[in-house]
Write a protein that binds this ligand. Structure first.
Ligand code: PNW
Length: 556
């Protein structure tokens, strides 16, 4: 392609839509310099249209965006006065992560955030969810504020706002300050409630003037069960001494308990400091679908399993107490909420449910097991096996998205923001770049999950506030290191510049939602891209053709 074009080294990507039609996208390396020249200075903060789009058919304006987390993307682990985190220590411990990989460099977002913001702009993205690294702001977890860390997040927030991209901040996405861990073991000690609330207060004071959309804790059910139950995530605690050097039975439950209290304490501070903002915890929830829908026993088993898992953290947040299913299974192991704690939870409720949804399963009754221990499977009663993603825990089950949105609405009667939904695509780790950029697997996943969410909104009356795809970029996938890619943008880990490439899914999402960036549109016809710049390259006509836009809007 022509020199200086941001459309070099193209892969032509025909993407199949659910209706059988095809859209063709041109995929290539993102060239920050060329993009900057095309994007220009932008309107600047204050002159931006609302970041909430109004897709046709939805009942409310939507936040549409992508998400990341500090330890998974930032790198720069020893720079800018950052303190150590439990994930630094865990990933540096031999045998804990895939091939001993760590987040020391990750995808270097700390240094490349300006380019990544420009990349979002080229796709017309208007919302970005990211997390703060607690230890960049408070290197020891409490005490003195590190001004260099504050300056980094100020620059990040201000650059986002100048690019008309709304920041959505998660306070805690699994990178706990090592100093506090060494002092009292983190989420299993009451001191964490006080320290997290103080950190939250600092963050609200520092950034609450410009940032109005906040999340407290990312998925306690994940970090508590994986970090303090099975021990496969930091801080790596479990009762099996052949695998974990520390950890006692019941710590996972304690972790959920103190997380709920820390969340409510942070919400309390938030109401005073950011009265015009909104806040929620994010929760990882799947759906248990009855294996045999005509068996009352299976239906009841699936319902129990759903309440047991889906209500694990949300029941305490909305009722001030554990759900009945949890009490039946764990009994005395559950730390009891005192009347004061119950009041704290009930008086400081979140503004909506922040749902992170990836996978689901079939549940069935097993007469040989106690009634609450339900068996699950990924094969339907008709023998159809759910398709497995690249991650062993992730099976593609799109219709369960609709069921789950309805279940949450019925149980809690709250509006829902989907803060993560995404998939690791088979082959993306092993195969050459040119073969994996056109990620039809991920596009199909998004198409089906989004379409089921759309039905839940349009036919079932679910109040959906928005949708964030996980993730903007390939990144450090925790214990799986870099071997699993969830990005809608490909990172070339072999290049010195950690080059970014558009995958088909980033282009499809942008186009589907009718976003208007210089890379939002499909190439009108695949042959036009061989003899010159593709149709999508005509600035600023990267906006999708009106007909495509109409179609995208009518879908969500
Ligand atoms: C999320 N499940 O965790 C995390 O928030 C991200 O940091 C992570 O990269 C992403 O999912 C992909 O793994 C989850 O078993 C882990 O359903 C497991 C589940 C859900 C979310």
């Amino acid at each position: 392609m022509s020199c200086g074009s941001i459309f070099a080294q193209e892969v032509i990507c025909p993407v199949k839509e659910l209706d059988g039609s095809t859209k063709v996208f041109t995929l290539d390396r993102f060239d920050p310099k060329a993009a900057a020249a095309q994007l220009g200075p932008g309107p600047g903060a204050g002159a931006c249209p609302s970041p909430q789009q109004v897709p046709a058919g939805s009942k409310a304006p939507f936040f549409l965006g992508t998400a990341t987390a500090s330890y998974q993307v930032e790198g720069a682990f020893k720079e800018g006065g950052r303190g150590e985190s439990i994930w630094d220590v865990f990933s540096h411990t031999p045998g804990k992560t895939f091939e001993g990989q760590d987040g020391d460099v990750a995808v270097d977002f700390y240094h490349r955030y300006k380019d990544d913001i420009a990349l979002m702009q080229t796709l017309g993205l208007r919302n970005f969810r990211f997390s703060l690294s607690w230890m960049r702001i408070l290197p020891n977890g409490t005490g003195t504020v590190n001004q260099e860390g504050v300056a980094f997040y100020n620059k990040l927030i201000d650059t986002l706002k100048a690019a008309c991209i709304e920041p959505h901040i998660t306070l805690y996405h699994w990178d706990f300050p090592q100093a506090l861990y060494e002092r009292y073991g983190s989420w299993i000690d009451p001191r964490v409630v006080v320290d997290f609330a103080a950190y939250a207060e600092t963050a609200f004071e520092l950034f609450g003037d410009r940032v109005k959309n906040w999340f407290t804790l990312n998925e306690p059910e994940s970090y508590c069960l994986l970090g303090y139950g099975s021990g496969v995530h930091a801080p790596g605690r479990c009762t099996d001494r052949s695998r974990c050097s520390a950890g006692e039975a019941g710590e996972d439950l304690k972790c959920i308990y103190y997380s709920a209290l820390a969340h409510a304490s942070a919400v309390k501070v938030f109401r005073q400091l950011v009265p015009d903002g909104v806040i929620a915890m994010t929760n990882a929830i799947g759906m248990s679908v009855p294996y045999n829908a005509s068996s009352q026993e299976d239906v009841a088993a699936a319902q129990r399993n759903q309440a047991f898992n889906g209500g694990f953290v949300l029941d305490p947040l909305y009722t001030g107490d554990w759900g009945a299913e949890r009490k039946q299974v764990h009994g005395q192991q559950l730390p009891a909420f005192t009347p004061e704690q119950k009041a704290l939870l009930l008086e400081n409720q979140q503004d909506f449910i922040a749902l992170q949804h990836y996978t689901s399963n079939y549940a069935y009754y097993n007469k040989d097991k106690p009634p609450l221990l339900v068996d699950t499977t990924t094969k339907s009663i008709d023998g159809v096996q759910l398709v497995q993603a690249d991650s062993p825990w992730l099976y593609v089950f799109p219709s369960a998205m609709r069921d789950l949105l309805n279940w949450l609405t019925q149980r809690y009667n709250q509006s829902i923001l989907i803060t993560e939904n995404g998939v690791s695509a088979p082959g993306e780790y092993d195969k050459p770049r040119a073969e994996v950029l056109c990620d039809q697997f991920r596009v199909s996943y998004f198409q089906q999950y989004i379409s089921n969410a759309t039905v839940a909104v349009q036919q079932d009356g679910v109040q959906l506030l928005g949708y964030f795809a996980w993730s903007l970029l390939d990144n450090f996938e925790w214990a799986d290191g870099y071997s699993k890619r969830f990005g809608t943008i490909y990172i070339d880990y072999n290049s010195t510049g950690l080059d970014r490439y558009y995958k088909g899914s980033s282009m499809w999402l942008s186009n589907h939602f009718g976003l208007t960036g210089i890379r939002s549109g499909p190439v009108a016809n695949s042959t036009s891209s061989t003899g010159g710049p593709p149709a999508a390259a005509k600035p600023p006509a990267g906006a999708p053709a009106e007909a495509d836009k109409q179609q995208a809007r009518s879908e969500l």
